[in-house]
Design a protein around this ligand. Structure first.
Ligand code: ZN
Length: 177
């Protein structure tokens, strides 16, 4: 099979799910151009209006759920919600069965930003089946979708149940539903 490269950035089509338009330009390049045309000030105002609907004024529940992994994106999202907007987020993590020590260290660092945190560990047998499916049956066109459906539905439902059950009055309703 012959490799195909983006005509603009030379990114190869070995990246799962990468598509090219009629000019041979990859999704990432097309999206980069779109981002330049977005009115980010307007987006910010829309976002601020949205989160105000979920801010809990009496402290009886979390304001939102922030799905986290412990990486840089998670740290940034927690910083924005907590420090910039003064929200009280519940951080929820779908922890892979093969978490390495550095991953655990990152999670501890994220928690030390000053947030409540719960994690969901999948059934290893089911997780391995899904991983195998992603790598064999769904390679390229469905890989990301297969994984993220699993992460989203499983971790979301379970974490909301857990947070409601184990934290008494606190419910985990919020922006992410
Ligand atoms: Zn490109």
């Amino acid at each position: 099979m012959e490799l195909r490269y983006c005509t603009k950035c030379l990114y190869p089509d070995t990246k799962p799910g990468l598509r090219f338009n009629e000019k041979g330009i990859c999704d990432a390049c097309v999206w980069a151009e779109k981002k330049d045309k977005i009115d980010w000030n307007l987006r910010k105002k829309e976002f601020e209006k949205l989160i105000e609907q979920y801010r809990c004024l009496d402290g009886s529940r979390y304001d939102c759920i922030v799905p986290v992994s412990g990486g840089k994106d998670s740290h940034f999202q927690v910083h924005v919600m907590k420090d910039l907007y003064g929200m009280n987020p519940l951080c929820v993590n779908f922890v892979p069965i093969d978490l390495i020590p550095l991953g655990r260290k990152n999670i501890e660092n994220l928690k030390n930003q000053g947030v409540d945190y719960i994690e969901f560990t999948p059934n290893p047998k089911v997780y391995r089946k899904m991983e195998k499916y992603g790598l064999t049956e769904a390679w390229r066109r469905e890989l990301a979708r297969a994984c993220w459906n699993f992460y989203g539905s499983r971790s979301g439902r379970c974490s909301i149940q857990n947070s409601t059950n184990s934290m008494g009055r606190k419910s985990a309703s919020g922006i992410w539903r």
